[in-house]
Design a protein around this ligand. Structure first.
Ligand code: FE2
Ligand code: FE2
Length: 164
């Protein structure tokens, strides 16, 4: 049986993952409106992954005999100044999620909750990838600035992202 403190923390993490999904979906809509379907595609894949992360915690909590408490999901913003601002926010958001996963791991260590530690190891590895992916796009956008042709080329490239 999972501890009350761990159950609460995992429920909060479910909310954070679902909020991530909402945020990326809102960003996808922003790019659709700007006629940049490749950027939008990248974010659709990303938002689907985040829902998957939420479901991993959801199923795990049930497997451990815990109670799932679905709290309201906050509404993300809908507008950004530049393409770069969007991906800077993705990068910052992923760094915040990493901090949250690390705090969960700390709790699992303190509680000697070994199964939760194993689950979280997957998420720790995943966050390295998430931060790298967001950082790469930030760097590319910084390189091309607002150059129209280069933005369209990057849009084509991002549009090739498959579910991974
Ligand atoms: Fe996530
Ligand atoms: Fe993420």
């Amino acid at each position: 049986m999972i501890s009350t403190a761990m159950q609460k923390a995992i429920n909060e993490q479910i909310n954070k993952e679902l909020y991530s999904s909402y945020l990326y979906l809102s960003m996808a809509a922003y790019f659709e409106n700007k006629n940049l379907p490749g950027f939008a595609k990248w974010l659709y894949v990303q938002e689907d992954e985040e829902r998957g992360h939420g479901m991993k915690f959801f199923k795990y909590l049930l497997e451990r005999g815990g109670t799932v408490n679905l709290a309201p999901i906050a509404g993300p913003e809908t507008n950004w100044k530049t393409n770069l601002d969007v991906f800077k926010q993705v990068q910052e958001h992923e760094a915040a999620v990493t901090a949250s996963i690390n705090a969960l791991y700390e709790l699992a260590l303190n509680e000697k909750d070994y199964p939760t530690q194993i689950l979280l190891q997957w998420f720790i590895t995943e966050q390295v990838e998430e931060e790298k992916n967001a950082g790469d796009i930030v760097h590319q956008l910084e390189l091309i600035d607002a150059h129209g042709t280069a933005v369209l080329m990057l849009d084509k490239q991002l549009g090739k992202r498959g579910a991974d």
